[in-house]
Each structure stands twice: as C-alpha cells, then as structure tokens.
Design a protein around this ligand. Sequence first.
Ligand code: ADP
Ligand code: AMP
Length: 213
Amino acid sequence: MKIIMLGAPGAGKGTQAKMIAEKFAIPHISTGDIFRANIKNNTPLGQEAKKYMDEGKLVPDELTVKILLDRVAQDDCKNGYVLDGFPRTIPQAEVLDQELTKLNDQIDYAIDVDVPDENIVKRMSGRRACLTCGATYHIEHIPPKQEGICDKCGSELVQRDDDKEETVLNRLKVYHDQTQPLIDYYTKKNILKTVDGTVDMKDVFAAITAILE
Ligand code: ADP
Ligand code: AMP
C-alpha cells in the first residue's frame, strides 16, 4: 500500500504516518526527517537544505525529488510506504507519478489531514521533537512521560528551529501557495480522502484506519 499524507505544516501528518507505518508494517518516509538528519550530521545536503528550511521555504524540487526517489527505490519499500511531507509541489507529484507509472504502479491513497490555520500556530509552538529517533510530542496534547526527554529513546527533546511563530507563518503561506493545489490534483485522480485533524490523535487515526482497511 502506497500512501501520501497531505495537510498544513503541523496538521499531524507525521504523528499519523508513524502510526500507519506501525500498523501496516510499511516504512514511514519523511523528507523533513531526512533533511534534519543531514543537518545534524552536517552533510553538504544538510547545509544546502538548512538555508531554505530556516526561512520556512521549500527545499528546491531537484534536490528533494532525488532524495525521495533514492529512498523509495530501497528494498524495504517493495510492499509500500507512507510518505509524510512529500510531495509538496505539483512538479514533485508529477515526477513521483511518472516514476511509479514506469514501474506499472501507483499511489493508493492521498490522505488530507485537515486542520484550520487558527489551530496551527498553537500546535507548532508546542511541538517538541526528538532528533535522534524522529518521535514527536506536544507539550499540552501529547506530552512525553518525562518533560524534555523522548519516551522511545531517552534523548533530549528540542523545539525545531522552523517552529518559531514567524517561520510558521511563512510555512503556512508556502503551504497555501504551493502545496494546497495537490488537494485538487489527487481529487482528480480519485484517491483523495479527507479526515478531520482537529480531534484527538486516536480519533484521527481511527478515521484513517477506516479508510485503509
Ligand atoms: P506535521 O507532521 O503535519 O507537521 P506533527 O505530526 O508533527 O505535524 O504534529 C504537529 C504537532 O501537533 C505535534 O506537536 C504533535 O504532537 C501535535 N499533534 C498531532 N496530532 C494532534 C492531535 N490530533 N491533537 C493535538 N495535537 C496533535
Ligand atoms: P516537515 O518536517 O515535513 O515539516 O518539513 C520541514 C521543512 O523541510 C519544510 O518546511 C521544507 O523546508 C523542507 N521540506 C520537507 N519536505 C519537503 C518537500 N517535499 N519539498 C520541499 N521542501 C521540503
């Protein structure tokens, strides 16, 4: 099963993608996580991506598409995957479709986690992330057992540089300009499913599971 998660930054794509990946035993692929791992390791890709991410802009398609296509070509993706944060532009979606068509394959579902802009800034300012294992928390809604420490791997939790309010507002604008058109794109392909992302994460997941099962 090949799934794409759509939605504004902070809508809960990553939270749900991790749960889908576990339930259906498929890899969770987040281009944002791949960039952040490269920034942490100070690779040339990380240095390049950071310039855009810090300003809330999208990393250019050429770079992003290449890392994504390399990742989905790996062995563990044979039975499917859940993409979180890719595609974010129409050209990215088109390249992915072209590559899948060559393999006689296609995306099964594009799930839009719908959360209005008013809720987003609050979500993002409370987000805490583990840069070691990729787990995500929210200081009010989904707190770790011990403040500032990742439940899964014990590393320190951090606030992402791009979760500051001013950057979040830029990211929301970029989302509306460049990513939201994908809703129409996948509606036309008859694979778009929308879930209400404002409810408790377990209820969002139940709605997604009902679609996938
Ligand atoms: P995205 O991957 O779409 O950017 P995340 O999954 O990281 O978003 O979620 C953004 C923030 O909102 C995180 O702090 C996360 O813990 C929190 N969150 C996710 N889903 C919910 C929910 N249903 N209700 C409240 N907070 C949520
Ligand atoms: P995320 O972790 O999905 O919120 O992504 C964090 C940041 O990484 C985004 O604001 C972009 O700067 C960059 N990024 C992640 N995925 C993509 C993508 N598909 N295309 C362009 N930039 C991306």
